[in-house]
Write a protein that binds this ligand. Structure first.
Ligand code: ADP
Ligand code: ZN
Length: 603
């Protein structure tokens, strides 16, 4: 790896050292303003020397008493620390030695210690923190010092190193092609990708994928993490971004990878007063400016990764910015097997190890978790002096990993998995059974994100701006399908449907109060001024209706939800056999594609 570390600016530690040196210098040199050649003796000895008339002159200072020796040539002197001795003067007079008091020059030292040094320290710190930012050169210098920018001329990672994310790879092939032959795209005037956002939980291989794209295309890979910007001084993050793009331009074609872009592109309303807000804002602005400004023809692709797409500033997602989103999900059972294969490539496995079994035992594991399991198993086997890694080592490694993941609440028990499977089956069958719902693209029980345990992905066949009442009711039915299925299969409901119910109630409420779709209340809108003036957080609906109307609204919402629920429950009860089959299939395979589902329902 070729990490380019930028030159440090004048670091604080040198300033501190210089100050310390000045202090020590003055302290030692001025605490003793008498010549250092003075010889020190004990006070009693000194007195004896006075009696022996060895001194030509004695100088009494604030802290010392100095005696100038009578010796010819060199003017040698003896010095003693002054003690409280009222007899000294008498002794000197008695021996006829010239003496005089002398005020030591400590004012200079005192002045320097009390005034000059603090002021110098203050000025230096001030200059360091703010002064350097005053000039363009200063900003860049400090920005460069945060050596957060890494360049790899050749990542050496290929698509063979990334497994279980075939769909994402497929989508990224075009990016690779573009990086390899930018001229081809130029000539044909094709639409050139600019920003690609990789969305998915941590450890699923987003960074690895970005590196693989660079490796496949054999272009340099610039990477930087969004979270590092937040701690920087004002102006530094923006300069950093400018610097990054300037450097990338020189090395184009290349890839710029921004990890944890959510740290940088947090929606502005998310933390209006939070720390680092200003800085993040500036840096984000600069990133947008650079993205809008640079010429795609140069062959720079910006890739970014996030596991929290929902908090991203919408400005980042606009056309011409990160307008291409690629889902990098936790792998299904087949994907896990493939990932295990990648990581076990250089590990000696014993004959009893079947990676398929290990894949089956690790639902919910991300690529990074699986890499850990292989590594841990190899270490365990080595510790036991085995010649090859055995299944028991893998089992122990998996158990350890599960214990760790359980703390992070990522592991689902067998029972939970069953509930989720039938719940999702309910959504899916409902979606395929009501006339106006979007087609099911995929059903999965692989946990995704934090909120949703499983998911049923429906793809709209067309972009819709207007929805009829029947269409809304069908949407409601799909949302309620999960809970209905749980009730049919287990005769009880779990908390997993809470989010569905919330959304369903939201739709029903909108139908009543916004779209005037309730017969009882008539074609009236009750919600006005719904959008708050600023900051789209925690809005309070302006209640412009009476208690009586409010009660009526609640009644209507509840009626719509209940009626839809009975409707979908009836549909699912009629197809209970299919529901049971689908649930079982899901537990086994974890993912069912839409076409497979439709085949099952048609059978
Ligand atoms: P992310 O960026 O999504 O958090 P990383 O790319 O940093 O995840 O993954 C960390 C490590 O986990 C990788 O370096 C690799 O060893 C392993 N890993 C993760 N996903 C995969 C995958 N799909 N295939 C192979 N290895 C993976
Ligand atoms: Zn649900």
């Amino acid at each position: 790896m070729d990490k380019e570390k930028k030159q440090q600016p004048w670091p604080l530690i040198w300033i501190a050292a210089a100050i310390l040196f000045i202090i020590l210098f003055f302290f030692f040199s001025s605490s003793n303003l008498s010549p250092t050649s003075a010889e020190q003796v004990s006070y009693s000895e000194f007195k004896k020397m006075i009696e022996e008339k060895k001194f030509e002159e004695v100088l009494i200072e604030q802290n010392y008493v100095r005696g100038i020796l009578k010796e010819k040539g060199k003017k040698k002197e003896i010095r003693v620390v002054k003690v409280e001795d009222p007899d000294l003067i008498k002794l000197l007079e008695k021996n006829n030695i010239k003496f005089s008091g002398k005020e030591t020059d400590t004012w200079l030292r005192d002045f320097i210690l009390a005034w000059v040094i603090p002021i110098v320290i203050f000025i230096l710190i001030w200059r360091y923190l703010f002064g350097r930012l005053g000039t363009g050169a200063g900003i860049t210098a400090v920005g460069r010092s945060k050596a957060s920018l890494y360049i790899e001329k050749d990542t050496g990672v290929t698509f063979n190193d990334v497994a279980g994310v075939d769909e994402a790879k497929e989508e990224l092939k075009e990016v690779i092609d573009f990086l390899q032959h930018p001229d081809k795209y130029l000539r044909l005037g094709g639409k050139i990708p600019k920003g690609v956002l990789l969305v998915g939980p941590t450890g699923t291989g987003k960074t690895l994928l970005a590196k693989a794209v660079a490796g496949e295309a054999k272009v340099p890979f610039f990477s930087i993490s969004g979270s590092e910007f937040v701690e920087m001084f004002v102006g530094v993050g923006a300069a950093r971004v400018r610097d990054l793009f300037a450097q990338a331009e020189q090395k184009a074609p290349c890839i710029i990878f921004i990890d944890e872009i959510d740290a940088l592109g947090k929606a502005r309303i998310a933390a209006p007063m939070g720390g680092g807000y200003e800085e993040r804002e500036h840096t984000l602005q600069q990133l947008l400016v650079e993205m809008d400004g640079f010429d795609t023809k140069k062959g720079i692709i910006i890739m970014a990764a996030t596991n929290r797409p929902e908090i991203l500033d919408p400005a980042l997602l606009r056309p011409g910015r990160f307008d291409r989103h690629i889902l990098v999900d936790r792998p299904d059972i087949k994907g896990r097997e493939d990932i295990l294969k990648v990581h076990a490539k250089n590990v000696k496995l014993s004959a009893d190890v079947d990676l398929k079994i290990i894949a089956a035992r690790t639902p919910g594991f991300a690529g990074a978790d699986l890499a850990n399991v292989v590594n841990e198993a190899a270490i365990l086997a080595a510790r036991k002096d085995k010649n090859a890694v055995e299944l028991s080592d893998f089992e122990e490694a998996i158990n350890r990993a599960i214990a760790g993941l359980e703390k992070k609440k990522k592991v689902i028990s067998k029972k939970e998995q069953e509930i989720i499977a039938y719940h999702e089956s309910g959504h899916a069958i409902a979606a395929e059974s009501v006339p106006h719902a979007d087609k099911v693209h995929r059903v999965s029980i692989i946990p995704r994100g934090i909120a949703a345990l499983g998911y049923t992905l429906q793809l709209p066949t067309e972009d819709r701006y207007l929805l009829t009442k029947t269409e809304l009711l069908d949407r409601l039915a799909v949302l309620m399908g999960g809970r209905a299925a749980e009730e049919i299969v287990f005769n009880e409901v779990s908390t997993g449907a809470q989010n569905d119910l919330e959304r369903a109630t939201g739709i029903a409420r909108s139908m009543v109060v916004e779209y005037g779709m309730s017969e009882k209340l008539g074609p009236v809108t009750f919600e006005r001024g719904k959008k708050p003036l600023f900051l789209d957080i925690g809005y309070m609906p302006t209640t412009e209706y009476s208690e009586e109307t409010s009660r009526l609204i609640d009644e209507e919402v509840s009626r719509i939800v209940k009626e839809t629920y009975s409707r979908v429950k009836k549909i699912l009860e009629e197809k209970k056999d299919k529901l049971l089959i689908l649930g079982k299939m899901l537990i086994e395979k974890e993912v069912i594609e839409g076409d497979e589902l439709r085949r099952l329902l048609a059978a």
